[in-house]
Each structure stands twice: as C-alpha cells, then as structure tokens.
Design a protein around this ligand. Sequence first.
Ligand code: HEC
Length: 105
Amino acid sequence: MVRVVTTIASVGFLAAAAPAAAQPGDPVAGRALAIELCGTCHLVPGSLRPVPDGVPSFAAIARKWTDAEELADRLILPPHPVMPPPPLTNRQRRDVAAWILSLRE
Ligand code: HEC
C-alpha cells in the first residue's frame, strides 16, 4: 500500500514537471509553418516559389545550426527583417527549428 502511494505520488510529480522542460518540436508542423510564413523569403526545399536574392535557404541554415533550442531562440532575436505577423508561438518556433534541423544530412 505504501508503495502504491509512492508510485502515484512520483507519477504526479513527473506529470507536473513535464511542461517545464522544453518539448521537442514537431518537424511536420514546422514544415507547414515554414512554407506558409517563411517561404516568401527563404527557399523551402522542394518548393518552386521564387525568393529574393541574398536570403539564406533553409538548407543553408540547416548546415549552419546544430542546436534546436538555439535555433528556436534565433527566430525571435534581431537582426531579422520583419517577420510576418502573427509572431510565432514558442511551440511553433520549436516546430520550425525541428524541421530545419531535420534537413541536415
Ligand atoms: C521578409 C523576408 C523574410 C521572411 C518572411 C522570413 N525571413 Fe528569415 N531571414 C531573412 C533575411 C533577409 C535573413 C538574412 C539576414 C539576417 O540574418 O538578418 C534571414 C535570416 C534568418 C535566419 C538566420 C540565418 C542564419 O544564417 O543564421 C533564420 C534562422 C531565419 N531567417 C528563419 C526564418 C523563419 C523560420 C521564418 C518564418 C517564420 C523567416 N525566417 C521568415 C528574411 C526573411
């Protein structure tokens, strides 16, 4: 009986602790966001949409970055040209970062 109570208590603790830790992003959702919000400027692999010169492609960004959390943070740090509104939520930033890093070979 004591053991059951302890187990329930620790499961409750883990469940309560989970939201604090950053959950990994979802690359599928991130790709959809990137196509919709970023594809006017950054080349999305497989997309035929024309983009302006001088903007790094997502393939190039993927080669440069290795850490998903740092990349997610970079998305809301200047310098960056005006991002399309609405601003990405924390969840969306992690999704986009996870998708970009999934492009790494
Ligand atoms: C209006 C055009 C535009 C849009 C829209 C845009 N970007 Fe950018 N982005 C740029 C330009 C230009 C640069 C390069 C100059 C700079 O770093 O400020 C850049 C730089 C970046 C970098 C840094 C690249 C590096 O080498 O470190 C990341 C990451 C990035 N963009 C991600 C995104 C994401 C994700 C979106 C969509 C949510 C997005 N951008 C939407 C124009 C745009």
